[in-house]
Design a protein. Sequence first.
Length: 184
Amino acid sequence: MINDKIRQMILEKFNSPIQYPQQCEALAMAIQEATGQTLGTTTLKRMLGFVNGPANPRPSSLDIIAQYLGYPDYNLLAKDLGEDTEISDFRAVESIDSADLLPGEQIQITYHPNRLLTLSYIAENRYLVNESRGSKLLKGDILTIAGFYVGFELLISDVERDKKHLGSYQAAKQGGLTGVEIIG
């Protein structure tokens, strides 16, 4: 989540209150129009406190917010506000980003208690569920996921089942993913 000062600056620039998670989509479009960069609605929902997720946003996401507010990067924004820029840190996290996959590649993810998903990458952050053990997700579901990070929740921005969109879905809420690997 971002701090209250930056949240207020965003709302002032956006010139509209954001009281509901659905309003983050319009904010995402305004940010893209102003900066030429994409910041996902799920990321904005996490940053603004509408959904749970990793406590510290990625440095690249913070930089996009800073650019939206007229700063070249987040460090300068934080310095201008008299903030400590150490709210984020770099660390090695076992992960798979959807952008790094080719259509047809399969990944397997695990999380507690004894959950397992095997997914085939389709394209454009979309995956087909091939196997689901212990999860509410079903074989044949189509998921929209930007990436997988061991130790963090699995945030699915859309679940499509039988051509019906069920909305977003969170998994591994306690303890995060325990494993993620490309299996073929």
